[in-house]
Design a protein around this ligand. Structure first.
Ligand code: URA
Length: 266
């Protein structure tokens, strides 16, 4: 079977049981993911606990991490009843230059997930934190994390058009012609860019506000107008502006998630 058509493991597990399949868009879920979202155990730890027979689902030991869970499922971990909370949480993190926004780290430079976990309090370590989009390894600034994959989809979907404000120190001195090309939109190899905000903050510092988030987009746009990026920093996403020091984090308030990011859970 072609790779792209493989049946997802959660669906296979649901079918084997003859039960109702969890909906990837609804709040029904599979066990290890539900534990990570609810802040009980991050997903990899949850899989280990499940395989070790430490997790009970509706009164029976469950050894399948992809077992479907439903609203009202009763879960115990190590004999303790755990709530499968659906509350959406979003954190801002001030990414330093260096770590990658990837789960895997073949070069051993460290990941933002490790950096975040190193500064989170115990009560937040049970969550599986998902990054909302990517920043390059050498980019600093605002990176959002969430326990809710719907926030990831909302924040990264091309149609959302959430603004992202970057500040780039560039080579050379961009003139009005270059800035206007950035504003109007220019041709990149993966298509034209949407109109953007572009102003100078200093002779070699450009503030660029995008409503899309393609791979290396800021670097590619500035290179296309003849001013390669030397340093890149993200200041804000939607109405949420970075306000913690490098390496630090804070949780967003519900109104920041709703008004600032435009995300509503239902
Ligand atoms: N655009 C880039 O080129 N790099 C980033 O990290 C973010 C946006």
């Amino acid at each position: 079977m072609a790779r792209g058509h493989k049946t997802p493991r959660w669906l296979e597990a649901a079918r084997r049981r003859g039960g109702e399949a969890p909906s990837p868009d609804g709040r029904a879920d599979w066990l290890s993911r539900a534990l990570g979202r609810a802040g009980v155990l991050p997903r990899a730890d949850a899989e280990v606990a499940i395989r070790e027979g430490r997790v009970e689902l509706d009164g029976r030991v469950e050894r399948e991490p992809f077992a479907p869970v439903h609203t009202g499922s009763q879960v115990k971990v190590d004999g303790r009843v755990r709530e499968l909370s659906l509350a959406t949480r979003v954190l801002m993190f001030h990414k330093p230059s260096g770590p990658v926004v990837h789960g895997s780290d073949p070069e051993g430079v460290g990941t933002v997930f490790e950096r975040l976990r190193a500064v989170l309090p115990e009560v937040l370590l049970g969550y599986e934190w998902l990054a909302v989009g990517r920043l390059d390894r050498d980019t600093t600034g605002l990176l959002l994390f969430t326990n809710d994959e719907r926030v990831v989809r909302h924040g990264t979907a091309p149609k959302t058009h959430l603004t992202k404000r970057y500040v780039a120190r560039v080579a050379g001195r961009p003139g009005e012609v270059a800035l206007q090309r950035l504003r109007d939109g220019l041709a990149l190899e993966d298509g034209p860019t949407r109109p953007a905000g572009a102003t100078l903050r200093a002779p070699d510092v450009v503030e660029l506000t995008l409503t899309e988030g393609r791979h290396h987009q800021v670097k590619r746009m500035l290179a296309a107008v003849g001013h390669p990026v030397r340093e890149l920093h993200r200041e804000s996403v939607g109405g949420v502006a970075l306000d913690v020091v490098e390496g630090a984090w804070r949780e967003l308030r519900a109104e920041e998630v709703q008004e600032g990011l435009g995300f509503r859970s239902e």
